[in-house]
Design a protein around this ligand. Structure first.
Ligand code: SAM
Length: 504
């Protein structure tokens, strides 16, 4: 049998990193060229991200997606780190087997096991040689043993290439790059002018201030992104704040806010007027939320590090809250391809634990009902959006259906966000046609949006009309089935004016 072929097409681009490796006490590290220095640091950044990804996956908690961890401010060489993390995850089952067979992952090295995985990937399947760093030296020292172990595994599994050994890990279909212009800092026209110098660019036909660029366009280090003039936010995700459509000057709660993409979108829709309370339970994620807010330039957002359920809806300081955006923790099943979840150990067919995953969804669903019921209890709320990035009925239609009696008793009805949007809620109860779904394949992300509007408080509320135009809704309701449907009495021709009319 010929030796397994190396997969050259996946060599990560580790060059381009400019920091100098730390000097170790008592001995000067050998001088090395810039490429090797870059690889040294990229492996360490990748190992840190990999540790968090694997820990989050092992506990089945959202420790942050691979992308969100890589694109956090602390990671310097994002492109190389991303490539290394993805590749190491892809090769992880093989690396574990090879390292176990060769017996080099002793308790001493176990403490740095993620760095061992990344380095082993890089040396066996990527860079080939590396001289600096103790883990690099370990892998180089045992490289022949590891290669022999790899060949034996190939023979045992009757495969002739690494590709065959890797099996069929889902490849991600290229998707357009969406970005949302932060109208607090820039105009859509100025961003188009700037980006069109080097990129093909289109305006999205549904979401205002959303631009569409070709798949693979990398803007993470672009000054417009760094300055917070644009946010790299998906289209479906950007529909959530628009569905809530808070009026400038209102007091609004974003109940589960981090990392804050929708919080700062709300601030932009409100033209920076009024106030937003952004509540986030997780202390670490509050830091990310605050970073997002700083980048957006919004100065009317107060962050609260705490449990939304602990906010007393009868507390006088929340008596004037008129809109709530509730985007609670969910399974993330609608963005699992986007999140690259197929690369995680828990997604491999051997490890798939169906009973565990349905128990998790049941637990999430119970939590979602609880927070949604709590959000409905705020006395002055006129508009409430419940959203998830899940495709599961249990987290979407079932949650909404379960709170309908409570919502109705408090004077809420379901309204229809984006009425021109064709994909509505699963028809599992009368009124589910008001709900909005996006499809992970056709619409690129699987989101769910439910909009509750208080019947007694719609006099000045702006609502989309049925045929896709946007208009001011006057309070006129008629019975339909067991739900209530609102009419538009004044239409506006363009969706672009959706929220701007409230600024007049
Ligand atoms: C789906 S994410 C929100 C994403 C955010 N809306 C955005 O677009 O950037 C859900 C967030 O809710 C937080 N969370 C979960 N339970 C919470 C609770 N009881 N109170 C406040 N925040 C909570 C999680 O830590 C997580 O950051």
């Amino acid at each position: 049998m010929p030796p397994p072929q190396k997969n050259r097409s996946h060599v990560p681009a580790t060059a381009g990193h400019s920091r100098t490796p730390p000097r170790q006490p008592g001995r000067r590290m050998a001088s090395r060229d810039a490429g090797e220095r870059a690889a040294f640091f990229a492996r360490r950044e990748a190992a840190t991200v990999l540790r968090r990804v694997l820990r989050g996956d092992a506990s089945r908690r959202a420790g942050g997606s691979i992308k969100s961890l890589v694109y956090s401010p602390s990671v310097r060489n994002k492109r190389a780190t991303f490539a290394l993390v993805c590749q190491t995850l892809k090769y992880l089952p093989i690396l574990k087997e090879v390292l176990a067979a060769s017996g080099i992952l002793t308790s001493k090295w176990k403490k740095q096991e993620e760095l061992v995985y990344v380095t082993a990937y890089d040396i066996l399947f990527g860079q080939e040689t590396a001289v600096s760093g103790s883990v690099e030296q370990l892998i180089m020292l045992h490289k022949d043993t590891l290669m022999t172990a790899l060949k034996k595994i190939c023979v045992r599994k009757k495969v002739s290439s690494i590709q065959e050994l890797l099996g069929n890990k889902t490849t991600v279909k290229p998707k357009p790059r969406f970005l949302r212009v932060n109208t607090l800092k820039a105009t859509t026209e100025s961003v188009i002018e700037e980006l069109s110098k080097i990129h093909m660019i289109d305006k999205d036909d549904v979401v205002p201030d959303m631009l569409v660029l070709p798949p693979g366009t990398d803007l993470h280090n672009h000054p417009l992104v760094k300055d917070g003039k644009v946010f790299l936010q998906g289209k479906a995700s950007s529909m959530v704040a628009i569905a809530l459509c808070p009026k400038p000057g209102w007091k609004v709660i974003d109940a589960c806010a981090a990392p804050g993409n929708k919080t700062v979108h709300l601030a932009a829709l409100m033209n920076g007027e009024g106030s937003i309370v952004a509540c986030e339970l997780n202390k670490e994620r509050v830091k990310t939320l605050q970073h997002t807010i700083r980048r957006s330039g919004a100065d009317n957002i107060e962050t609260v590090n705490g449990d939304f359920l602990d906010i007393d809806s009868n507390d006088p300081s929340y008596a004037e809250v008129r809109a709530i955006l509730l985007d609670p923790s969910c399974s993330g099943s609608g963005i699992s391809t986007e999140r690259l979840d197929h690369l995680l150990p828990s997604h491999s067919s051997d490890d798939q634990d169906d009973a565990g995953s349905s128990a998790r969804i049941r637990k999430l669903s119970a939590f979602q009902r609880k927070v949604l019921s709590h959000a409905l209890s705020f006395p002055s709320v006129e508009r409430l959006v419940y959203s998830t990035c899940s495709i599961h009925q249990a987290e979407n239609e079932d949650v909404v259906n379960s709170v309908l009696p409570l919502a109705s008793s408090l004077g809420f009805e379901l309204a229809t966000p984006f009425p021109q949007w064709h994909r509505r809620g699963l028809p599992v109860f009368d009124g589910a046609e008001h709900l909005l779904r996006t499809d992970p394949e056709d619409d690129l992300e699987g989101f769910f949006i439910a909009l509750f509007v208080r019947k007694t408080a719609t006099e000045d509320a702006l609502e989309p009309s049925k045929d896709g135009a946007w208009g001011v809704k006057r309070k006129r309701v008629c019975r339909r089935g067991n739900g209530l449907r609102a009419f538009s009495s004044l239409r506006l021709s363009r969706m672009d004016v959706l929220c701007s009319i409230w600024r007049l």
